[in-house]
Design a protein. Structure first.
Length: 491
C-alpha cells in the first residue's frame, strides 16, 4: 500500500485552512457530495502570461515546442454555453502561442467510480477536473501526476490561494492546480419569507433560527417546503456533514497509524437529531425528500423551497439566470451555528485540475501551461470582463466563485474586484457574512464512501419518525470501520 499523509501534516493543514478562511471569506459534483456552481472567473483559466508557466519551465518548453504534442483537456458540458465559449477562446489563444500543440476536447466529467477504469484503459484526459475530496485518493492510487517541479518553477506559485491549493499538496508534493472553491452555506429566497411575513433571520444565526424560519415559511399543502436538505446521492451525506461539524464532531480520527470512524459521537447524534426535527417537528422538508443537488437547487430557484444548502455560487447563478429571481431576493448565509457559542462551520470544498500521470513529460508540461494559461494575467482579466459583458448582453448575471485561486487581498485580487465594480450585473456577496464563514476540510480518507453511507442515515431519518439516530450512526461507523478504515495504515 502506498504511503499516506502523516497525521502531523494533516493536522497542521487543517489548522491552517480553518484559521486562514476568516481572512479570505469564502459540488454539482465539483464535490460529489455537493454543489458547486462552476461559474465566474475560474472558467477563464488561461494565461497569456505563460511567461508564467513558461518562465520556470521554458527551457524544457523550448524543446517541447519543437515537436508535435497532443493533449486532451476537460471541456465544459453542453449546458455551460458561456464556459464553452470561453474555453474555445482560450484554446485559440493557447494555439497562437503554442502552435505545435493539438488540443482535444474531452467530454468526460470526473467520477470517482469511473476514474480507475479510465486510468486502467489509458482513456483519462491529459488534464481533467476533480474536486477537493479527491487529492489524497488520486495521489495514493497513482492517478494524479506529481507536478511538484512544474509548480515550483511557476512564477506565481506564491500568489496561489493556500486555502485551496494546500488541499492538493500531500507530503510536500503537488498533485493538482486550484481553480475555485467555496465554504458551504445556506442560500435563502427572501421573497418567499416576505410573502409569508416571516422575519429574515440574522446572518449570525443558529440551528433554532433555521428551524423556526423553515417551519414558518413551509406550506406542505401547497407543496412548498421551508428547506430542502439533499436526500439522495452522495450530496445528501455531504449536506449533513456541515451539521456534524457545527456540532463539534469529526468524520474520522487519525492516531497511532490508524483511522477510526468518529461521526457516531454525541455531536453526530445531535446533527442527525436536528434533521429529524426539520422533518418531523417542523414539517419543513419536501414531501419527496429524495432530492439530489440539481433537484434541490432547482426547487429553490423555482420557489418551491425557501432554503437550500450548497456552495453558494451554484444556486445563486441558477436562481438569477434560470429562475428569474432578483439579486435583492437572494441572501447568501453562512451555515448556522449549533448554538450561540458555536461557529458557522461549513464544508470547505473546491474544484481542481489534475494532470494524468500516464502522459509523457512534455504532455504534462503543456497541460500545466494550459491549466494556468490565464492565471494572474491581463488576458485573464479581459476574459473575466468579456464574460461579464456577454452576460449583460444576454440579460444575465455574473456570479463569482466564493473563493478564487488567488487571494482577495492580493494585487491581482484587487484588479478583479475593480473589474467587478464596473458592472451592475455582478452578484455581490454581502460583506456581513465573510467574517462569519468557517471552513473545514472534508474527510481525509474514503470521503465518497462516507458520504454514501451517511446518505442512508439521512434517508432513514426523513422516512422513519421512530428511527434511533445513535444506533443508526453506530451501525454506519462499524460498517465504515470494517469495510474501509481498518485497511488503512498511516505512516
Amino acid at each position: 500500500m502506498r504511503k499516506l499523509r502523516k497525521a502531523s501534516v494533516i493536522l497542521a493543514s487543517v489548522a491552517m485552512l480553518t484559521g486562514a478562511l476568516t481572512a479570505c471569506g469564502g459540488g454539482n459534483n465539483g464535490n460529489n457530495g455537493g454543489g458547486t456552481g462552476n461559474t465566474g472567473a475560474s472558467g477563464t483559466n488561461d494565461a497569456g502570461t505563460n511567461a508564467a508557466a513558461g518562465n520556470g519551465g521554458d527551457a524544457a518548453g523550448n524543446d517541447a515546442s519543437a515537436k508535435k504534442i497532443t493533449i486532451s483537456i476537460y471541456y465544459p458540458t453542453p449546458d455551460l454555453v458561456e464556459k464553452r465559449a470561453l474555453e474555445d477562446d482560450k484554446i485559440k489563444r493557447f494555439n497562437e502561442k503554442y502552435p505545435n500543440v493539438e488540443i482535444v476536447k474531452s467530454d468526460w466529467q470526473y467520477n470517482p467510480n469511473e476514474i480507475g477504469i479510465k486510468m486502467g484503459a489509458n482513456e483519462a484526459p491529459t488534464l481533467f477536473n476533480t474536486y477537493a475530496t479527491e487529492g489524497k485518493f488520486l495521489a495514493e492510487r497513482g492517478w494524479a501526476a506529481d507536478i511538484t517541479d512544474l509548480y515550483d518553477n511557476y512564477e506565481f506559485k506564491d500568489q496561489m490561494n493556500p486555502i485551496l491549493q494546500n488541499q492538493f499538496i500531500i507530503d510536500g508534493k503537488v498533485y493538482g492546480i486550484a481553480q475555485q472553491g467555496y465554504v458551504t452555506g445556506t442560500v435563502v429566497n427572501k421573497k418567499m419569507l416576505d410573502d409569508k411575513g416571516v422575519a429574515v433571520p440574522p446572518y449570525d444565526w443558529t440551528w433554532d433560527d433555521m428551524l423556526n424560519t423553515a417551519k414558518a415559511v413551509a406550506d406542505p399543502k401547497k407543496g412548498v417546503s421551508g428547506i430542502a436538505p439533499m436526500g439522495k446521492g452522495n450530496e445528501a451525506g455531504w449536506n449533513w456533514t456541515n451539521f456534524l461539524f457545527e456540532a463539534g464532531g469529526e468524520i474520522q480520527t487519525v492516531e497511532g497509524g490508524k483511522v477510526t470512524a468518529a461521526f457516531n459521537s454525541d455531536a453526530g447524534a445531535k446533527a442527525l437529531g436536528f434533521y429529524h426535527k426539520l422533518a418531523w417537528e417542523a414539517n419543513a422538508i419536501p414531501k419527496d425528500f429524495a432530492l439530489g443537488w440539481g433537484d434541490a437547487v432547482g426547487a429553490w430557484a423555482q420557489g418551491r423551497t425557501a432554503m437550500v444548502i450548497a456552495g453558494p455560487d451554484g444556486p445563486v447563478d441558477q436562481g438569477l439566470n434560470q429562475g428569474g429571481m432578483k439579486p435583492e431576493n437572494i441572501l447568501v448565509y453562512p451555515m448556522p451555528k449549533m448554538d450561540a457559542s458555536g461557529k458557522h462551520t461549513g464544508v470547505l470544498g473546491g474544484d481542481f485540475l489534475v494532470i494524468n500521470p500516464n502522459a509523457a513529460k512534455e504532455e504534462q508540461e503543456m497541460a500545466f501551461k494550459y491549466a494556468t494559461f490565464d492565471y494572474f494575467s491581463d488576458k485573464g482579466l479581459e476574459s473575466v470582463e468579456a464574460s461579464i459583458q456577454q452576460r449583460k448582453t444576454d440579460n444575465k448575471y455574473f456570479v463569482p466563485p466564493v473563493i478564487q485561486y488567488f487571494t482577495d487581498d492580493s494585487e491581482y485580487g484587487q484588479k478583479v474586484k475593480a473589474v467587478y465594480a464596473k458592472y451592475d450585473n455582478v452578484y455581490p456577496y454581502s460583506p456581513d457574512i465573510m467574517s462569519l464563514l468557517d471552513g473545514k476540510p472534508e474527510a481525509q480518507f474514503n470521503t465518497q464512501d462516507y458520504y454514501a453511507e451517511m446518505t442512508l442515515n439521512v434517508q432513514s431519518v426523513f422516512s422513519n419518525k421512530n428511527v434511533d439516530v445513535k444506533a443508526a450512526l453506530d451501525a454506519s461507523a462499524k460498517k465504515m470501520q470494517e469495510k474501509f478504515y481498518n485497511a488503512i495504515k498511516v505512516e
